[in-house]
Design a protein around this ligand. Structure first.
Ligand SMILES: [Zn+2]
Ligand SMILES: [Zn+2]
Length: 104
């Protein structure tokens, strides 16, 4: 009979240990699992927002040149520039190309 009690208490103990492990796991939510972001995409299409890891034209918008993230582009004619300011073609304030679209 003693053995049975020991076995039960042992299993209870191990269960408790498991439960503790689980709670500690949820407690330490700091664990950076989300930090693994796609860093490859360094070019974006100003029209559809598609990303690419190299310069070129958008696969969907054939005549639109991809804008390098961090560079500026004209929302009207999609002319790109490394500096902020107005588009030399249509005098429109150029926008900065961000890695993600409109973060609030
Ligand atoms: Zn596009
Ligand atoms: Zn323009």
């Amino acid at each position: 009979m003693k053995i049975l009690i020991v076995a039960i208490s042992l299993s209870l103990f191990s269960m408790g240990a498991f439960a503790q492990k689980n709670t500690t796991k949820t407690d330490t939510k700091k664990a950076p699992a989300k930090t693994e972001q796609k860093t490859a995409a360094s070019y974006r299409c100003p029209v559809c927002g598609a990303t690419a890891d190299k310069a070129g034209n958008c696969t969907k918008d054939k005549d639109v040149t991809l804008v390098k993230v961090g560079d500026y582009y004209c929302p009207d004619c999609y002319m790109t520039s490394t500096k902020p300011g107005k588009c030399t073609m249509c005098n429109v304030e150029m926008k900065k190309m961000e890695t993600t679209s409109a973060k609030k």
